[in-house]
Design a binder for this molecule. Structure first.
Ligand code: AMP
Ligand code: FES
Ligand code: ZN
Length: 326
């Protein structure tokens, strides 16, 4: 097979686009898709500072490299979840990547914030992945605002977005369908959130990471039981195989025709008044924000945990909790 652009031997076949590219032309294709996403959705204005949330995976590290190469003013944020045997490895990959490319990185350690994910799992009665997602999003926004970034970028790819949209559609979840998209505008207390990889499939971001020699953290989270929406992703892989281009057509069609219909409904239903959280300053409609309430619950239950009290004499794992800090 030959590269469509330059006729050299192709290295990457892309049936969704009915094409194939050599290494250099694939890099141009990848950059073009990112540029197109940014331009079409006005994701980054000239002079804006972009905080890129880096998990250590192929998507977020590939996105960071691409944005830096395109000349954007980028810095990384890694949230260290404090999961033994997993978080250290992810953090090391992110740190190594940023060191190699001379990119600024800020790390938030959840253990220091009284929210190590193993403690959240142990002491909070809700699915740990949903609490973890909420905590991560809280810190993404908080660091963006505290450190003066106008834009927060994540590495969600087309497969992530299609799987999420499909799940929301199966439930006809009007709230989510009204605001799912690759660019959520800034509101008071919230940075603009962008997903510049939304036009690129998981396969394409994996090829990009591989061809650029990015050293990634590929082990799944030990608590997640695999990638999210796995079953939906399999369904879509089948659909895409039999009908190449289905994913991007479904997602683009939603952005053009589906979302506007749901957006009207959501505006009519309205939302609560936002004010700064009494503890951390993040916008909330409930006095103390939900993440601070999680931290309080964890601190209280840890303090009352008989297992910890028994082990306290011998084990020194205490970090100052959010309650102790006040
Ligand atoms: P996931 O929900 O794990 O598929 O991650 C989606 C995106 O969220 C990634 O591409 C990253 O941009 C960001 N992300 C996930 N986990 C972290 C983390 N621990 N620290 C920083 N960013 C993260
Ligand atoms: Fe958050 Fe696994 S529980 S990434
Ligand atoms: Zn708070």
């Amino acid at each position: 097979m030959k590269c469509r652009r330059c006729k050299a031997p192709a290295e990457v076949a892309l049936p969704s686009h009915n094409t194939a590219f050599c290494r250099d032309c694939f890099a141009l294709f990848f950059s073009g898709q990112v540029e197109r996403a940014i331009r079409k959705h006005e994701m980054i204005a000239p002079g804006e500072r972009v905080l890129v949330a880096l998990s250590g995976g192929k998507d977020s590290l590939g996105l960071m490299l691409e944005l830096a190469r395109q000349g954007y003013d980028v810095a990384g944020l890694h949230v260290d979840l404090g999961i033994p045997g997993s978080s250290d490895a992810a953090r090391a990959k992110v740190q190594g990547f940023c060191d190699k490319h001379g990119l600024h990185l800020r790390v938030v350690e959840l253990a220091k914030e009284g929210l190590a994910i193993p403690d959240v799992k142990k002491y909070v009665k809700r699915p740990v992945c949903s609490a973890c997602g909420k905590i991560k999003r809280h810190w993404f926004n908080r660091v963006a605002l505290e450190d003066g970034y106008q834009v927060l970028a994540t590495g969600h790819n087309l497969d992530d977005e299609v799987a999420r949209l499909f799940a929301n559609t199966l439930r006809w979840d009007a709230g989510y369908l009204s605001d799912q998209g690759p660019c959520l505008p800034a509101e008071s207390g919230f940075a603009r959130k962008i997903k510049p990889l939304y036009r690129l499939s998981e396969f394409e971001t994996a090829c990009h990471a591989f061809l650029n020699g990015i050293d990634i953290h590929s082990a799944p989270c030990p608590y997640s039981g695999g990638a999210s929406f796995t079953h939906h992703k399999h369904l879509w892989a089948d659909l895409e195989y039999h009908s190449p281009g289905s994913k991007i057509a479904f997602y683009d069609g939603f952005l053009k025709r589906g979302r506007p219909a749901f957006a009207t409904q959501e505006r009519e239903s309205g939302g609560g008044e936002l004010a700064p959280c009494e503890r951390c300053g993040s916008p909330t409609s409930t006095g103390v924000c939900s993440v601070c309430r999680l931290a309080i619950t964890v601190a209280e239950r840890r303090a009352a945990d008989p297992e910890r009290q028994a082990g306290r004499a011998g084990i020194q794992t205490d970090q100052p909790s959010i309650l102790e800090k006040d």
